[in-house]
Design a protein around this ligand. Structure first.
Ligand code: FAD
Length: 670
């Protein structure tokens, strides 16, 4: 048999981790990326990467609690076995990256320094100043370059993945790629294809993601038949710097290092914020969430900032929505050492020194919890079966997905600093599974009849040339993109309403139609960015519709998906009997809602339309419980909930159902 090869699409943390591991296993890798791999979006990650560590262990932390925080933070919408495995690997991954030379910050004693991120009470986050993604990416890039010099990895930078090649049985046998300089297209026969192409932020026009995050690669797999999971769960980060061109993140690490969010109690108080006395400031997150304070999970912090500006009229500016994020109480030297990179970004784009003046920030689209549906094989201990070819495979045989473009780890809301972990983890866990897959194969993809690849090439060439030949005077792709971004931002970010979502679906369908009538300002055959962008624009629509239709269908509030018309209200009664009754009703609603909606949305594309179905979630490790970070009446609800859990466990024990009885009673486990 000829030498087998794996094609990886994407050279961010997920793609590079997979490339390194496959090369170590002596598997030949082709690595394709729109940008040089060191410019992949991962380079922008700022705040850090999570794992249980020696310090947190002394405070009682365990991998189990990391799992618990992650699924509680994600509103229980993720399958728990992959999350369990990821949290178990967390400490080993940090150790690996440390050994690979990543310049993590250290304490004076030489231990890795850690900071606290949202949705946990432990300091789990390892960091390299405020450029953690860059340091991790460079660490993995160095390894991959080593394998490149040994001939195990071949890189194709500035190449666009145009789509997978499927044989007559629907098995993925490679892909078609296009060189962005010469515009040459070629087939890449591959025995497995891994898509590690990051998030789809550009669908929203402006976001904190890089400008190459179009979602095009994931969409091309989706249009080829891959399922897409939980598309409607888009994370809006609470703290970003508004900008006309794009929205730049102000990392959660700013709050992790003690940053405080506030607004003046007097609307649009014109005074210099530093002169506003403490008693005239409203630290609304600290007030409303006394346990987590400024580090409440992102979906909640985002909604509160939105609410304080939009509904309570307390934005710090009259014509623009913003709240203060204040670091001015922290010594300058400490800020420079721990947050230098992000403070420079603020200074550069706002012209104000955030070390001496509170920053003005507002939420922005940031991350996609949804992504290509992937499978896993559960092990006997409830984690993942290592070496299984099922781990991270899509429903298309031989096609894998990982990193931000899969749907596996973050449920309805991602906790900060868990993405870098899931990217590296998914890269590392997939490689041995692919080794197993290749061992079981009898014929290398490069030995298949060339007609298979020629057919796919022809389709892509027809598409490409058809666009170049479009008559002048048609639609402008950049204006259509702007309209798409506006519709998506209005309908499917912080607050979602069915009437707006319905209108948005209709409008996006109309824009989709119009996108097929675009005229190109450049019809050249050399470095034609216009045609590359137009293709990715057209491919944004199936994912945009997946987000909108998933959101429209999901009549509940869960994590980042917030529909006020389907939310449970806080307890209002003060009379103890009535309050108890309300808490009982609240728990009944919660159970009923979970019966209906504790399910992943699975989207498929039939060539024209999105079709939705639902998949049960594996919650075999941590029992789903109400997410009560700061709800009024949380204590009463928690009390009722715990009593019910105990009663259920006792009943299960009586009936001899050991499994149910043995499951940890986690309500209030922290
Ligand atoms: C500003 C910012 C800060 C963040 N900070 C943190 C943090 O501190 N901690 C944390 O855990 N998470 C953080 N995140 C999230 C995290 O950075 C991302 O989720 C993660 O880096 C994604 O990595 P990835 O490997 O999946 O994809 P990426 O790093 O986005 O890489 C995608 C790759 O796919 C390639 N690609 C895409 N489309 C194509 C195509 N059509 N053809 C060929 N190649 C293609 C790209 O060129 C690139 O190489 C942050 C996100 C943002 C926006």
């Amino acid at each position: 048999m000829a030498k087998q090869r794996v094609l990886i699409v994407g050279g961010g943390l997920a793609g590079l981790a997979a490339a390194m591991k496959l090369a170590e296993l002596d598997i030949a890798v082709d690595l394709m990326s729109l940008t040089p791999v060191k410019r992949s979006h991962s380079v922008c990650a700022q705040g850090g990467i999570n794992s249980v560590n020696d310090l947190t262990r002394q405070q009682g932390d365990t991998e189990y609690l990391h799992l618990d925080d992650t699924v509680y933070g994600g509103d229980f919408l993720q399958h728990q076995p992959p999350v369990k495995e990821m949290t178990v690997w967390g400490p080993k991954i940090i150790e690996l990256m440390d050994r690979l030379g990543v310049t993590f910050n250290r304490t004076p004693e030489g231990f890795l320094d850690r900071r606290r991120f949202g949705g946990t009470l432990f300091k789990r986050t390892a960091f390299a100043g405020a450029t953690t993604g860059q340091q991790l990416l460079y660490g993995l890039d160095e390894q991959v370059r080593r394998w490149e010099t040994e001939g195990k990895v071949k890189k194709y930078e500035f190449w666009d993945f145009l789509g997978p090649v499927l044989d007559d049985n629907g098995v993925c046998r490679g892909a078609i790629g296009q060189d962005l300089t010469t515009m040459e297209m070629r087939a890449f026969p591959a025995d497995a294809v891994i898509v590690a192409s990051g998030g789809p932020g550009l669908i929203y026009g402006r976001s904190t993601m890089s400008m190459v995050c179009t979602g095009s690669a994931a969409s091309r797999c989706f249009q080829a038949g891959a399922k897409f999971g939980n598309g409607e769960f888009i994370q809006v980060h609470p703290t970003a710097i508004p900008g006309a061109d794009k929205l730049r993140l102000m990392s959660e690490s700013a709050r992790g290092e003690g940053g405080r969010v506030w607004v003046p109690r007097k609307p649009q108080d014109p005074r210099d914020p530093l002169t506003i006395p403490e008693n005239e400031r409203y630290y609304f997150l600290e007030d409303r969430y006394p346990k987590y304070k400024n580090l409440v999970p992102r979906d909640i912090a985002t909604r509160e900032i939105f609410d304080i500006c939009v509904n309570e009229g307390l934005s710090v500016e009259k014509d623009r929505l913003a709240v203060y994020l204040d670091l001015t109480h922290i010594p300058r030297a400490e800020l420079n050492r721990k947050l230098g990179g992000i403070l420079e970004i603020y200074e550069k784009f706002q012209g104000v020194d955030p070390r001496s003046t509170p920053m003005k920030i507002f939420p922005a689209v940031h991350y996609s919890m949804g992504g290509l549906w992937v499978d896993y094989q559960k092990s006997a201990d409830g984690g993942l079966q290592q070496g299984s070819p099922k781990n991270q495979i899509t429903n298309i045989p031989n096609l894998y997905a990982m990193g931000e473009c899969d749907y596996q780890y973050h449920g309805a809301n991602r906790l900060g600093a868990n993405s870098l972990l899931s990217c590296i983890f998914s890269g590392l866990i997939t490689a041995p599974g692919i080794e197993t897959l290749l061992k079981g194969s009898k014929q290398a993809a490069s030995e298949l009849p060339s007609s298979l690849f020629e057919r796919a090439m022809k389709q892509q060439k027809t598409r490409h040339e058809g666009l170049l030949k479009r008559p002048a005077g048609g639609e402008n792709p950049y204006l259509i993109h702007q309209e798409l971004g506006d519709v998506m931002t209005k309908a499917a970010t912080v607050v979602r309403r069915n009437d707006q979502l319905r209108d948005a679906v209709a409008k996006v369908k109309e824009l989709h139609e119009r996108s097929h009538k675009c005229s190109l300002s450049d019809s050249g055959v050399w470095t034609n960015q216009n045609v590359v962008f137009t293709k990715s624009l057209i491919d944004m629509f199936p994912l945009a519709l997946t987000i909108l239709q998933g959101a429209l269908a999901r009549d509940e509030s869960r994590g980042a998906h917030y529909k006020p018309d389907f939310s449970f209200s806080a307890l209002t009664a003060t009379d103890p009997t009535e309050r108890r009754r309300q808490a009982e009703a609240w728990c009944d609603n919660f159970d009923e809602n979970n019966r209906k909606w504790l399910k992943s949305t699975i989207a498929t594309w039939d060539g024209k339309e999105v079709k939705l179905s639902y998949e049960d979630v594996d919650t075999s490790i941590v029992t789903p419980r109400p997410r009560l970070y700061g709800l009024v009446g949380a204590e009463e609800i928690e009390k009722v909930w715990k009593e019910r859990q105990v009663a259920k466990e006792q009943a299960a024990a009586k009936n001899g159902n050991g499994a149910a009885a043995g499951k940890p009673a986690l309500a209030g486990a922290h």
